[in-house]
Write a protein that binds this ligand. Structure first.
Ligand code: ADP
Ligand code: MG
Length: 371
């Protein structure tokens, strides 16, 4: 649990009644860029969380503080009932009240203090971790009757409707419904989900490359548009609807659409195979699927970077490693590595060291957590 220092709460919220909402970040194990075309994904939660302390404020002028952003941006203001997009981080907070109000919930003014251990813009969904934590805090403060499934949907709307970033449904669902030691198998078409236990014979390591991305910038959006274009060209509702025969039509698409569609088809199949591997406790097979996923993201979906490819390669050359891949939206961010049990710390440390020495990066080992 992320601690919010007591003196921070006192400084910003005084002695008012305070409630805290919390939510973890997530790492996607396999099923990348499939969640905006009704496909399958398989994330899990990471130990790092975002905590949000809130207290009611009847002044009509709400405030929020976060220690995770540059000093001159740490304090922001907003007015509940007059939410307007600013394209700064306050949108993740006032977006929460905007979607709650739009859904008919009564929310008053409040002040918030935010602490997060989830690195921002590193493919570990600091944004959904923040929105889910804010919504949980407000649910408690204003005694709203919302379960975590509905709350995940509201969290998504904060990003899609209020902020205007076309994020998929995976992040808020993973942050709201994920559980430690389990993978969350989600069908993003009908939102059915199941927690599948991760066998204790294997462990995951997550290393942030230190190369930051922003979903608000063009590349993620562009991939979504290309995926839509491929879907239209194939004449289906979603690429997942292609029959085996229909999949042959992919080969007739112009080259870049062909590659994008091929990734979606192969990645969806890999998620199903990975879930089966988990159930059979066949982690060697899971690792192979992760390797294949990386190759597909690098060559067909083209969302990797040479430094990330190299980090994945370094990871694979370590003893005890079963598989490795880029994770998250891409163009930077983190890698996820599957190792035999008890090997993840050594592997992650070696990968981070090599990324520092050989690539001049400033990597950070996130999983297993170092403190
Ligand atoms: P990701 O979700 O992969 O970390 P995004 O680009 O979706 O990356 O979201 C990052 C943005 O979310 C940040 O630029 C910031 O605006 C906001 N954000 C996330 N966590 C925090 C936080 N603890 N404090 C302030 N803003 C945050
Ligand atoms: Mg995000």
């Amino acid at each position: 649990m992320t601690e919010i220092p007591h003196h921070d709460i006192i400084r910003h919220l005084g002695h008012r009644r305070t409630v805290i909402g919390e939510a973890p970040g997530r790492v996607n194990l396999i099923g990348e860029h499939t969640d905006y075309s009704g496909g399958f994904v398989l994330p899990t939660v990471i130990p790092q969380t975002t905590a949000v302390a809130v207290a009611a404020n009847a002044d009509g002028a709400s405030r929020a503080w976060s220690a995770s952003v540059p000093h001159d941006q740490q304090q922001v203001r907003f007015v509940v009932g007059e939410e307007a997009r600013t394209s700064t981080w306050v949108d993740y907070v006032q977006g929460a009240t905007a979607v709650l109000r739009a859904a008919g919930h009564r929310v008053g003014g409040f002040d918030a203090v935010i602490r997060s251990e989830v690195p921002l813009g590193s493919g570990l969904s600091s944004s959904a971790s923040l929105t889910v934590a804010v919504l949980r805090a407000l649910r408690d403060l204003f005694q709203l009757h919302i379960d975590d499934v509905v709350l995940a949907g509201l969290a998504r709307r904060v990003e899609t409707d209020f902020i205007g970033v076309p994020v998929g449904v995976m992040d808020p669902i993973a942050c709201a419904l994920g559980a430690a030691n389990h993978a969350l198998f989600l069908d993003t078409r009908d939102l059915s989900w199941q927690l599948v236990r991760i066998p204790s014979t294997a462990e995951f390591a997550v290393i942030n490359s230190g190369i930051s991305h922003s979903h608000a910038t063009g590349s993620y959006r562009q991939r979504r548009q290309e995926c839509d274009a491929a879907t239209r060209a194939l004449g289906v509702h979603e690429i997942r609807d292609l029959s085996e025969y229909g999949q042959r039509r992919i080969e007739q698409l112009p080259e870049f659409l062909r590659k994008r569609a091929r990734h979606i088809v192969s990645e969806n199949a890999r998620v199903l195979a990975a879930v089966e591997a988990l159930r059979k406790r066949d982690m060697a097979r899971f690792g192979v699927l992760m390797d294949e996923s990386h190759a597909s993201l690098r060559d067909d979906y083209e969302i990797s970077l040479p430094q990330i490819d190299r980090m994945v390669e370094i990871a694979r050359s370590q003893r005890g490693v079963l598989g490795a891949r880029i994770t998250g939206g891409g163009f930077g961010g983190s890698i996820v590595v599957l190792t035999l049990a008890g090997q993840a710390v050594r592997v992650a440390t070696a990968v981070a060291q090599a990324a520092r020495d050989e690539l001049g990066l400033r990597p950070q080992v996130l999983v297993p957590p170092t403190k």
